[in-house]
Design a protein around this ligand. Structure first.
Ligand SMILES: *[C@@H]1O[C@H](CO)[C@@H](O)[C@H](O)[C@H]1NC(C)=O
Ligand SMILES: *[C@@H]1O[C@H](CO)[C@@H](O)[C@H](O)[C@H]1NC(C)=O
Ligand SMILES: *[C@@H]1O[C@H](CO)[C@@H](O)[C@H](O)[C@H]1NC(C)=O
Ligand SMILES: *[C@@H]1O[C@H](CO)[C@@H](O)[C@H](O)[C@H]1NC(C)=O
Ligand SMILES: *[C@@H]1O[C@H](CO)[C@@H](O)[C@H](O)[C@H]1NC(C)=O
Ligand SMILES: *[C@@H]1O[C@H](CO)[C@@H](O)[C@H](O)[C@H]1NC(C)=O
Ligand SMILES: *[C@@H]1O[C@H](CO)[C@@H](O)[C@H](O)[C@H]1NC(C)=O
Ligand SMILES: *[C@@H]1O[C@H](CO)[C@@H](O)[C@H](O)[C@H]1NC(C)=O
Ligand SMILES: *[C@@H]1O[C@H](CO)[C@@H](O)[C@H](O)[C@H]1NC(C)=O
Length: 572
C-alpha cells in the first residue's frame, strides 16, 4: 500500500473540526486552493502531488508489486475470476530486488502466491517476470463463498531462493447475483465500464457512456418524456440528471424503461450522510437504469474536507455495493491524491475553449498562474490540448502516488457551454470532437458533458460522435481493446507532427487507429505507421480517405481540428 494513502487518511482524521476547508488561508475566497481576487496576496496554495524522497541508492532496483482483481466485482453466476499483477521497478516504492548472476529461468521472476487472508485458501500460485505490468492470472470463483462482505486477499512474493519479501493486499468483491435492477463494474486492466441489466440480458456488456449532465430547470422539471426521447434520439446513451430520485422518480423511471442509463446525482447531499441516506431511495437502488453514483462535484475546487467524499463513498458502498462511485475533479493538481481517493472512477472537468484569457481573469481583474487566480480552467493554456494535458497530468500524479499502472478510470466532462464571464463562446463541433478524441486517446472511457440542454449545434455534434464511440465496430476497441497506445513517429509535412495525435487499439487481429489534427491549421501528407496492417476495413469516423501502402496509412490533407477513425486488419 502506498504511503500517500496512509498520509491522506491521517490528514483527514486530524484536521481540526473548525477547518471547514483544506489548504492555506481557508478563510479567504479561493478556488483550487488559490486566491483569485486582486486584494489578496499571492501564496503557495500547497497540495501539489510531489514524489516522495528517493529511499535507496539509485543503483538498487525497487520492485513495486501491485495487484487487483481484474473486475471491480464478480457475481456468483460467473465461473472464473482474474487478478491483474504489476511488478514494476520504481524509483520510490517497493523493496529492493536482489541482483543475481543466476542463469536459471527463474532468475528474473517473482514467485508469488495469492491467498484469501482469512483462511489462507490459495487462489493463484505462479510467477511474473519482473518489471512488467498487466499480467493476468485466472482462478476459480467456486473456491469462495459469495456474500456482500469484501474478501481480503493477500499476495506473497519472493525471488528465486529468496525469502518472501513482498506482501501486498487487495479486496475482492464476490456478490450474490441480483434478479432485478442493474450492476456496473470496472475493468481494472483496461479501464472500461461494464453494465449488466435487463437490456443486456443480465450479462456484463461493455458500455461507453456518452451524454450530458442534465439540468432540472428547463428540462427534468418539465417531467416530459418527449424531452427524454429527443435527448436519446440524438444518439446519446447516458445522462446525469441533476435531481434526486424522490423529486423526479417518474422521469428517472422513464429513463430506465427506455434504456437510458443514468447516474444518481448526490452532489448536493453528499456532505451530509443523513441527507445522502434519504436520497438513496429504494426505487433508485433497484432501478435497471442506474449506472453509477455521482458524489462529489469539484471538491478540490471548493476545497471540501477530504473526509467528505470518503464518508460518502463508505455509506454508498454499504447501501449499494453493486455500483461504482464517481467523483468529479476540477483542478490540475490540488490535493489530487486525497480528493481522488474516494472515487471508483474520476470525471475531469476541463473547460478550455473560448477562455476570456487563460492568464488574466477579466472576471476578477487578476492574473492566473500556478499559484494564483481563477480563469475558468486551472493551469490551462486555452486550447483543446488542455484536455490531453489534464488527463496526462492526473496519470503522472497517480504514478507519483504509487498507484502505478493500475490507474483509475477517467471520464471526460466535455465543455458544451459558455458564459459566467470565463468563457466567451461555445466550443465548435470540431473543437468538441477534437477534445473528446484527445481524451479517448489517453484512455478516457466515457464522456459526460456540461450542460443539457445544449445548443442544437452541440447536441448534434455530441450525438454524432456518440453514435460512433458507443456501439458498432468502435466500442469493443475503445472499451475492451488492448490500448490505447499513443503512436509516435507520425509524419506530417512541415515541422508540426506533434500537432497530429494518433492512438491505436488492438482486438482480435484488427487495429483501430484514431487520428486528430489538434491544430487550427490544415496539415498536409499525414503518414501513420501501421506495421502488419493488410487492408483498411472501415472508416467509422471522419471524411479523410486514407491509403494503406507499405505499412503506412496516408492522407494528403487533414483539415484543421479534423478527426478520423480507421479500422485495419492485421497480418496473421
Ligand atoms: C502568480 O501571480 C501572482 C499575482 O500576480 C504573482 O505574485 C506570482 O509571483 C505569480 N506566480 C508565478 C509562479 O508566476
Ligand atoms: C556477478 O558477477 C560479477 C562478475 O563476476 C561479480 O562482480 C558480482 O559480484 C556478481 N554478483 C552477484 C550478485 O553475485
Ligand atoms: C523497466 O521497464 C521500464 C519501462 O519499460 C524501462 O524503461 C526500464 O529501463 C526497465 N528497468 C530495468 C532495470 O530493466
Ligand atoms: C438471455 O440469457 C438467457 C440465459 O443465459 C438465455 O437463455 C437467452 O437466450 C438470452 N436471451 C437473449 C435475447 O440473448
Ligand atoms: C410526472 O408525470 C407522471 C406521468 O404523467 C406523473 O405520474 C407524475 O406524478 C409526474 N411527476 C411530477 C413530479 O410531476
Ligand atoms: C444534515 O441534514 C439533516 C436533515 O436536513 C439536518 O437535520 C442536519 O442538521 C444536517 N447535518 C449537518 C451536520 O449539517
Ligand atoms: C424519499 O422517499 C422515501 C420514501 O418515500 C423517504 O423515506 C425519504 O425520506 C425521501 N427522501 C427525501 C430526501 O426526500
Ligand atoms: C491576456 O491578458 C494578458 C494580460 O492582460 C495580455 O498580455 C494577453 O495578450 C491576453 N491574451 C489574450 C489572448 O487576449
Ligand atoms: C508484426 O507481426 C509480427 C509477427 O506476428 C510480430 O512479431 C510483430 O511484433 C508485429 N509488429 C508490430 C509492430 O505489431
Amino acid at each position: 500500500m502506498a504511503w500517500s494513502w496512509i498520509f491522506c487518511f491521517l490528514t483527514a482524521a486530524i484536521a481540526p473540526a473548525h477547518a471547514q476547508q483544506t489548504g492555506e488561508h481557508p478563510d479567504w475566497p479561493r478556488w483550487c486552493g488559490k486566491v483569485y481576487q486582486p486584494e489578496y496576496p499571492n501564496f503557495d496554495p500547497g497540495g501539489q502531488t510531489l514524489p516522495p524522497p528517493v529511499p535507496v541508492a539509485p543503483c538498487e532496483h525497487l520492485l513495486h508489486v501491485l495487484f487487483q482483481p481484474r473486475y471491480s466485482l464478480y457475481l456468483d453466476s460467473e465461473r472464473y475470476g482474474e487478478f491483474v499483477i504489476n511488478a514494476e521497478f520504481s524509483q520510490y516504492y517497493g523493496t529492493p530486488w536482489p541482483s543475481t548472476n543466476s542463469s536459471s529461468k527463474w532468475a528474473n521472476r517473482l514467485i508469488f502466491s495469492i491467498h484469501v487472508a482469512e483462511n489462507d485458501e490459495p487462489l493463484v500460485q505462479d510467477t511474473v517476470l519482473v518489471n512488467t505490468t498487466s499480467n493476468v492470472f485466472r482462478f476459480e470463483l467456486n473456491r469462495l463463498e459469495p456474500s456482500l462482505t469484501p474478501i481480503e486477499v493477500v499476495l506473497y512474493g519472493a525471488p528465486e531462493n529468496g525469502i518472501p519479501t513482498w506482501s501486498t493486499t487487495t479486496t475482492l468483491l464476490y456478490f450474490p447475483s441480483k434478479s432485478s435492477g442493474s450492476v456496473t463494474r470496472i475493468d481494472n486492466l483496461r479501464g472500461g465500464l461494464y453494465l449488466s441489466n435487463p437490456s443486456t440480458n443480465h450479462t456484463f456488456t461493455p458500455f461507453f457512456p456518452f451524454g450530458f449532465y442534465a439540468s432540472y430547470d428547463g428540462f427534468l422539471r418539465e417531467n416530459d418524456t418527449g424531452l427524454i426521447d429527443a435527448y436519446a434520439a440524438h444518439g446519446l446513451n447516458a445522462i446525469i440528471p441533476l435531481t434526486i430520485y424522490n423529486d423526479s422518480s417518474a422521469i428517472l423511471d422513464y429513463m430506465s424503461e427506455t434504456n437510458l442509463p443514468y447516474f444518481s446525482s448526490l452532489r448536493d447531499v453528499y456532505r451530509n450522510l443523513t441527507l445522502l441516506r434519504s436520497a438513496l431511495a429504494p426505487g433508485l437502488l433497484s432501478s435497471p437504469g442506474l449506472l453509477a453514483h455521482w458524489s462529489a462535484d469539484e471538491p478540490d475546487g471548493w476545497q471540501d474536507p477530504f473526509s467528505a467524499p470518503e464518508a460518502a463513498h463508505a455509506l454508498l458502498r454499504s447501501l449499494d455495493p453493486y455500483h461504482p462511485v464517481a467523483v468529479t475533479l476540477n483542478c490540475a493538481d490540488y490535493y489530487f491524491g486525497p480528493y481522488s481517493a474516494a472515487a471508483d472512477f474520476l470525471m475531469a472537468d476541463v473547460y478550455p475553449v473560448g477562455l476570456n484569457n487563460a492568464t488574466y481573469s477579466r472576471k476578477w481583474d487578476a492574473p492566473c498562474n500556478v499559484t494564483y487566480g481563477d480563469c475558468g480552467c486551472d493551469n490551462c493554456e486555452g486550447t483543446v490540448w488542455d484536455v490531453a494535458q489534464r488527463i496526462e497530468g492526473w496519470r503522472r500524479h497517480e504514478r507519483v502516488l504509487g498507484r502505478g499502472s493500475i490507474p483509475k478510470t477517467i471520464l471526460l466532462n466535455a465543455q458544451a457551454f459558455h458564459g459566467e464571464d470565463y468563457w466567451l463562446r461555445d466550443p465548435s463541433p470540431e473543437e468538441t470532437w477534437a477534445m473528446v478524441l484527445l481524451a479517448v486517446h489517453r484512455g478516457a472511457k466515457g464522456v459526460i458533458s456540461w450542460l443539457w440542454p445544449a445548443s442544437e449545434t452541440l447536441a448534434r455534434a455530441h450525438g454524432a460522435l456518440a453514435r460512433v464511440l458507443t456501439r458498432g465496430p468502435v466500442l469493443p476497441f475503445v472499451v475492451g481493446g488492448e490500448g490505447p497506445r499513443l503512436v509516435v513517429d507520425v509524419h506530417v509535412d512541415g515541422s508540426s507532427s506533434e500537432i497530429v495525435d494518433v492512438a491505436s487499439w488492438i482486438v482480435d487481429g484488427k487495429m483501430l487507429v484514431s487520428v486528430v489534427n489538434g491544430g487550427y491549421v490544415d496539415v498536409g501528407n499525414v503518414e501513420v505507421p501501421v506495421p502488419n496492417a493488410t487492408v483498411i476495413e472501415s472508416t467509422p469516423w471522419g471524411s479523410a480517405e486514407w491509403k494503406l501502402e507499405e505499412g503506412k496509412l496516408s492522407v494528403p490533407l487533414l483539415p484543421a481540428l479534423a478527426g478520423s477513425i480507421v479500422i485495419v486488419d492485421l497480418l496473421g
